[in-house]
Design a protein around this ligand. Structure first.
Ligand SMILES: Cc1ncc(COP(=O)(O)O)c(C=O)c1O
Length: 395
């Protein structure tokens, strides 16, 4: 027993659900089993070389050995503004509408510290990315869950949310392309989001982590393309997935000036921004050739097709996701997401994420990351089908 009594905020933090899965995978691998690990969301491919080269050159620049400006380098914020204009036709003022983040995760947790008081309510997608919960819990606020159901194409049904909940809600988290369901949003949905947010004074936080990853020719929309979006919210963009820079820890919050100012104010007290050379390399990524992004999306699309087509050959009736690098597979009858994920891990040595880890509404599914080669994904599909033939379930 520690003699130090820790802050209540720490005791409110949600359990790290996937830590057990990581432990189980490690145990099986230590026993010599060939585990195909599709349970996590860590991009498997390296950062494109021209971005790494930019970092190497920038690391030699003594300018970057000093403290960077508190709120990040102007050249990076200008690169973000150029990027948003080029990719989405969205105009951003680099000085007031862009905040540099230590990865999207940091911004997603910070935003709740900026806008929620104890007892306040935040609307959260269920299933959804667990970091939303962490920030809300730290702030002592409460969650109102928005179920994402297959029959609604995994978009929240705003009409099903109680008027009282709308009136109490201060923040709303959304994420499209969606982790874990792979669903994408359209202009009509985002217009409805702006409408609801205006009516109920809710601040919208759109997590655009899988921004670049849309399939079958579909380019996922930025929330900020929606008329009125900047008046009601922000978008969080990360370099982790678009440029395979998950280990670099860099992202941005963009949009509403007042909200961006609040994030920067909070960060003034936590950090002195990121290593300047990383900022330089990120600017190179955003403003340089985007061929690497196109190649990456093609790779994920091929993997998705290889995996799902193979499952279908085995008689499984499964949908192809429209975006992100996840497939969201319903579990066979008689299983929970945990029992099915355990079965696949123990019998097929394929690790997938049980949907329950993303919320109660995720319990009928497992999430499979397209984060290994096509060959391994086909093998994973074969192993899944051998361990759970279609007649027993996914038909
Ligand atoms: C939905 C979603 N949001 C945000 C993040 C955070 O990404 P990062 O902190 O690497 O920017 C992730 C990472 O897996 C994610 O899946």
């Amino acid at each position: 027993m520690s003699k130090f009594q820790r802050a209540e905020a720490l005791d409110r933090l949600p359990e790290q659900f996937f830590a057990r899965l990581v432990g189980q995978v490690g145990r099986l691998q230590a026993q010599g089993h060939d585990v195909i690990n599709l349970g996590q969301g860590n991009p498997d491919l390296p950062t494109p070389p021209h971005i790494v080269d930019a970092l190497k050159r920038a690391a030699d620049n003594p300018q970057h050995h000093k403290y960077p400006p508190f709120r990040g380098h102007a050249f990076l914020k200008e690169a973000v503004a150029q990027f948003y204009l080029r990719e989405y036709g969205v105009k951003l003022n680099p000085e007031t509408e862009v905040a540099v983040l230590f990865g999207g995760k940091a911004g997603l947790v910070e935003i709740s510290q900026c806008y929620l008081n104890p007892g306040d309510v935040a609307l959260v997608p269920d299933p959804g990315y667990p970091d939303y919960w962490s920030g809300i819990a730290m702030a002592g606020a409460e969650m109102a869950l928005m179920p994402l159901l297959a029959e609604n194409r995994f978009l929240p049904d705003f009409a099903a949310i109680d008027e009282q909940v709308w009136d109490k809600a201060k923040l709303m988290f959304l994420n499209y392309p969606n982790n874990p369901t792979g669903a994408v949003a359209n202009a009509e949905f985002f217009a409805e989001v702006v409408n609801r947010a205006e009516r109920h004074d809710v601040l919208v936080v759109h997590d655009f982590a899988y921004a670049a990853i849309g399939f079958d020719g579909l380019k996922p929309m930025s929330f900020l393309e929606t008329p009125g979006a900047k008046e009601v919210g922000i978008e969080i963009y990360t370099m982790s997935k678009t440029y395979n820079m998950a280990g670099w820890r860099i992202g941005f919050a963009v949009g509403n000036e007042q909200v961006i100012e609040s994030i920067q104010l909070l960060q003034d007290h936590f950090y002195v921004s990121l290593f300047g050379a990383i900022q330089q390399a990120a600017a190179t990524a955003l403003t340089g050739s985007q061929d690497c992004v196109r190649e990456l999306v093609t790779t994920y699309e091929r993997r998705r097709d290889a995996f799902i087509d193979r499952l279908r050959e085995h008689g499984w009736k499964v949908e192809k996701p429209a975006g992100s690098f996840f497939c969201w597979l319903p579990v066979p009858e008689g299983h929970t997401s945990l029992s099915f994920a355990n079965l696949l891990l123990e019998r097929a040595h394929v690790a997938v994420a049980p949907g329950l880890g993303f919320g109660q509404a995720g319990d009928g599914y497992v999430r499979v990351g397209m984060l290994d080669s096509e060959k391994r994904l086909i093998e994973a599909a074969d192993r899944l089908a051998a361990c759970c033939p279609a007649k027993n379930g996914l038909t």
